[in-house]
Design a binder for this molecule. Sequence first.
Ligand code: SF4
Length: 462
Amino acid sequence: MSVTEDAARPVPSPTVGFVSLGCPKALTDSELILTRLAAEGYRTSKTFEGADLVIVNTCGFIDAAVQESLDTIGEALSANGRVIVTGCLGAKAGEGGGNLVRQVHPKVLAVTGPHATQEVMDAVHAHVPKPHDPFVDLVPPHGVKLTPRHYAYLKISEGCNHRCTFCIIPSMRGNLVSRPVGDVLAEARALFDAGVRELLVVSQDTSAYGVDVKYRTGFFDGRPVRTRMHELCEQLAMLAEPHGAWVRLHYVYPYPHVDELLPLLASGRVLPYLDVPFQHSHPAVLKRMKRPASGEHNLERIEAWRRACPQLVVRSTFIAGFPGETDEEHEHLLQFLREAEIDRAGCFAYSPVAGAAANELPGALPDALREERRARVMAVAEAVSAQRLARRVGSTLQVLVDQAPALGRRGAAGRSYADAPEIDGTVKLLPPTKASTRIQVGEFVRARVVAADGHDLIAEPI
Ligand code: SF4
């Protein structure tokens, strides 16, 4: 047979042995996994011998079912050796709190709980690569991204449980639906593997992640992980670390449990940067806006955050001229910006959105006054920001390079941990003093800040 004929010979699809135990809910989980396997081109079989690996969907209800599941896993290990365990028994703790399946059968490849199609498929892909599909495989494993290669947005949930009176997002996108934590982490890992150096976590309400599923325990790489912001951030930090990559949090509402994140931010494993859309500071305005966490003492909270993490950068957005906003309420906002030392702020003049409840509120302000107040807020915000930036002169920062024409020989532009892409300032890098130094987009360089310039810093690479 010629080489050409050999290459043209179809490669047999990998085979996955499958055993489904347990109740009808487990059966539907099995169906979902089998559907995905078939859709991706895997063959399935009911026997262990000859399969490339075996999946056992287990039951953990009564003792007899637990034993049957453990025995089946044992048989699959002896007959085949490559076994992925899913289902209720996978979520069961053994003695001392560890995973029961792993305690009894430490050689299994991966263990997940029930309703974990994606985690099971991730484990299958890790051990038996997906058959080649000339159409689907044109799409890279991390999907199609519209951002530059070195940073990417990671959406962790859709929708929102709040009903802010100026906003119509919940009526368009519905209540909060958190993505399974295993899916989110698998996407993050694929992005880092693909060269992403900065991951921007986004949603409508990042601190509420997992509320809708009661912080259910999901699985990633066979390990249990709660669907909760703190645990998610810990795991993202672990995934980012080997790549030296950044994790940045957006849309974090100041709920009390956000305080738990501060040690992680202070350690730098997640960037000490929080994007907190306060929208206003005065309790009466926040109440009229029906803002999340409107009862919190935001100034005290920010002060406590800064004590726990002195390098913390806070970005926020505000609305000026909301219906009924009095002079005193407006002054309260200006004072809040000064006292809270908000590093980066944007401000919009209130403008009615069709369908928003705020349109019915009394006390609409004239357009000119809303605009005048917006300008005052921005003037204060910029003065505060300039003072904060001036303090950085003389310091050394790690800068992620966004632009480097001529390999940086004429200078480059990037951002420090204090600057999110598109919305914050930049760090303008001076041409390197050594002619041999090359600066490339997507790499980190260290630079000494020599001046502040409006929203930006000027720094020399070192
Ligand atoms: S503005 Fe309010 S209602 Fe709209 S998405 Fe944000 S938190 Fe939800």
